[in-house]
Design a protein around this ligand. Structure first.
Ligand code: FAD
Length: 470
């Protein structure tokens, strides 16, 4: 007997239920990853995600080679590739871990039916979410639209299962099937090579994820609740891209936080806060599961009438390139471009600036993040953009317009974060940086592209033109 494990958004060996199940079944084992950009409704990966995927697959291939396996790489429609490969290697069972996007679920459901019709055993497993979306509903059987009761309902279900160890008794590999060469997929940028900052910032792969987690347990988690909003302090886990590609699982994080919590130094408050951030990830995925249009359509339909400005090309480019003249916004956008990641507090500030001060449709910002974030995630990205826009589930009210200057004073009090990312301002004291939006100027640094007070008023007027939902 031969089992095939289909890797997707679970590029790890530990706590991989599909892999564990295939090994426990006995017989020979084959492992495949399919780059599928062709199945209907599949959203092509952004540039930063492609970079990450390349290195994550290289790391997984290496880890598997150490056990005598070659990861088979194939490209094309999974609905065609997988059945053909199963025939080629004579597999009689397939395992995969579940995905939750609409297009991906459609592919998986069709495959399950087709393959089972051919007598192939197909097993899907829970690995990427702590709670399956169809199991967490209100008393009336509806999906939750508000985070706090959602998370309370999740927690009431009890502790998530403990993570599975990495396999140690590996069965013999199935006879070799041909594999694409990863380099031929051309996932890395060539000219220009914009990935230098990504290479400096990250170690994609399971090993990199574990190293990041260990460091966070020691240094970040003990101060997490108090410092997670400070972009000038390295206080959050930066595990998001590792989670996105499944190099670490939420089950591993849940239990790692709990174990750390048994150490005397760790307050329960820090752990609960961290777990509730994992809860926001769950909430976003549950929303996407129930409302597959989330990346494309306003969750609250009254926003369909919102009078967005035609995006002004110069304004949009200034935002994308971090040249708006608003220091905290520019620092965030440059951190994003340079490292593929941005601190959560600053994501909220730059999104608010685009949506409210520039009056540009949130979908345009969502698309830029999709292309440039290494953690670009269909659910969290869409849910968060809609949260800032006010159009989402449990969203910030639209009229709450972030003042980027006050935000910077509060969360980056010495302007260390701004100075780290905006070299033109590196020599200025915080007080002078704060004055840049009120008539001050710095050499080589642009004047603000909008007046913050006037654009705030314009946003509130635009919002006032919407009718309340029934
Ligand atoms: P930590 O503070 O260490 O949190 C641990 C984990 O919890 C994160 O890795 C992440 O998986 C999850 N998490 C934390 N905050 C949130 C949140 N608000 N929503 C959902 N999950 C959360 N996150 C993404 O993973 N992908 C995205 O594409 C994405 N786009 C965003 C767009 C906007 C406009 C905003 C405001 C937020 C977005 N976020 C996104 C959420 C959040 O900013 C990141 O998850 C977080 O900054 C990742 O850093 P970290 O791993 O250090 O987080």
């Amino acid at each position: 007997a031969t089992s095939l494990v289909w890797f997707r958004e679970d590029l790890r060996l530990a706590d991989n239920p599909a892999l564990t199940a295939a090994i426990e079944r006995g017989g020979r084992l084959a492992l495949v990853y399919i780059l599928d950009e062709e199945s209907e409704g599949t959203r092509p990966l952004g540039g930063a995600s492609r970079w990450w995927l390349h290195h994550s697959l290289a790391a997984l291939s290496n880890d598997l080679a150490a056990h005598g396996y070659r990861l088979i790489l194939r490209r094309g429609r999974a609905g065609d590739i997988l059945p053909a490969l199963i025939q080629e290697i004579g597999a009689n069972a397939v395992d995969w871990n579940r995905r939750y996007g609409a297009a991906e679920r459609a592919v998986d459901a069709t495959l399950k039916t087709t393959l089972r019709g051919q007598g192939i055993a197909v097993e899907s497993h829970q690995a990427g979410l702590l709670f399956e979306p169809w199991t967490v509903t209100t008393g009336a059987g509806q999906p939750y639209r508000v985070f706090t009761p959602f998370w309370r309902a999740c927690l009431a279900r009890g502790e998530p299962r403990p993570p599975l160890p990495a396999p140690h008794d590996w069965p013999p590999p199935a006879d070799g099937a041909a594999s694409d060469d990863l380099a031929d997929w051309a996932l890395l940028p060539t000219k220009p090579d914009w990935a230098a900052g990504l290479r400096e910032s990250w170690q994609p792969g399971e090993r990199g994820a574990q190293a990041r987690l260990a460091q966070f347990q020691d240094e970040g988690l003990p101060h997490y609740a108090g410092q997670r909003d400070r972009p000038d302090i390295d206080a959050t886990s930066r595990l998001s891209p590792h989670l996105r590609f499944g190099e670490v699982s939420p089950f591993q994080l849940w239990h790692a936080a709990g174990v750390a919590g048994r150490q005397e130094t760790m307050g329960r408050r820090n752990i609960d806060k961290f777990l509730s951030e994992l809860g926001w990830r769950e909430f976003s995925w549950h929303l996407l599961f129930h409302f597959p249009d989330l990346p494309d359509r306003n969750f609250q339909p009254r926003f369909d009438a919102f009078p967005w400005r035609e995006p002004d090309a110069a304004d949009l480019a200034a935002w994308q390139q971090g040249r708006t003249g608003i220091p905290i916004v520019d620092a965030g956008m440059r951190q994003l471009w340079h490292t593929g990641w941005m601190h959560n507090r600053v994501r909220m500030i730059v999104a608010s600036f685009l949506i409210k001060n520039l009056l540009i449709d949130w979908r345009i910002g969502e698309a830029w993040f999709w292309d440039t974030l290494v953690d670009a995630d269909a659910a969290s990205n869409a849910a968060s953009w809609q949260w800032v826009a006010g159009s989402g589930a449990d969203a910030a009210p639209y009229f709450r317009v972030f003042n980027p200057v006050l935000q910077a004073e509060k969360f980056d009090p010495r302007a260390d974060y701004i100075r780290a990312h905006v070299p033109e301002l590196a020599a200025l004291p915080a007080s002078e940086i704060a004055r840049l939006t009120a008539g001050g100027h710095a050499r080589g640094y642009p004047a603000p592209i909008v007046d913050l007070q006037e654009s705030r008023r314009r946003a509130l007027d635009a919002f006032a033109s919407l009718k309340a939902d029934e």
